[in-house]
Design a protein around this ligand. Sequence first.
Ligand code: PEP
Ligand code: MN
Length: 331
Amino acid sequence: MLVIMKNDATQLQIEAVINHIESLGYRGIPIPGALRTAVCIVGNQGFIDDTPLLSLDGVKECLRVTKPYKLVSRETHPQPTIIRLKDITIGNKKPVIIAGPCAVESEKQALTIAHSVKQSGAQIFRGGAYKPRTSPYSFQGLGEEGLKILAKVREETGLSIVTEATDITNIELVERYTDIIQIGARNMQNYALLKRAGQTSKPILLKRGFAATIEELLMSAEYIMSEGNTQIILCERGIRTFADNTRNTLDISAIPSIKEVSHLPVIVDPSHAAGRREFVIPLSKGAMAVGADGLIVEVHNDPPHSVSDGRQSLYLEQFQKLMQEINKLNM
Ligand code: PEP
Ligand code: MN
């Protein structure tokens, strides 16, 4: 339930509402709006009688939230969430473009790619220092050395950084170095990691699991937000279907579906969806056409020799072409 406060409600009246909610054994989370504050009740399993709440000073009305996710729901927060990172805004019309290699391999590799993608117009650099790999024998990432390289990339290029925390044991270190913490598809339902991500002050890039429904994705985002972190970017990165022409199937309908029910920004990863670089530009254009707030794209200076995901990584010149195509769409 959402307790809507009157426009002129005082802080004391809001606190009295929260105290009342806590006396019922639930949590009350204030959501400040442009004109007034709403208090979202979380933790109840069923019906709450709104009569005592309506009698409290400063309360305008009580609205029932019909979705199982509350805080990430558009019912609770009708305005879109805009995430600000230095001079970048995510979810605010101008698409955000994140580019970089699948994995950080060396300082030289990361800097070469970063300078090039920046030149082409990317605002954020991606690169895994901890890699969740299907095989235990595949390259697992450079770990902290990779994080230090990412910090160097930021220092030299001014690009913001996103990199993945793969479990509860490395999120603290990742948090120290990065600007945005990525939670990958395989970890979308790692609830301990989600809760920990909810306690950081850094924005979270949450990728959809390859067999997860939209509702499950939003429930995972709810785990993060219920711990206090409201800065969440969702990412559609392809789901597993019977189609075997691509690595995954880009669920293009996920973008308007999520936007219909949630206020969070949604970006698209065409690289992991396609698994083939030839499809990255057309899928990116499709994603932008249906309202994505941006893209996260794998780019490499030497894809055939990339330690991971070379087949889906764009060459540097192809990324430049992608940016030109995206800029044309925005004219
Ligand atoms: C990645 O972006 O590096 C990655 C591993 O993607 P996903 O979690 O979507 O597979
Ligand atoms: Mn990859």
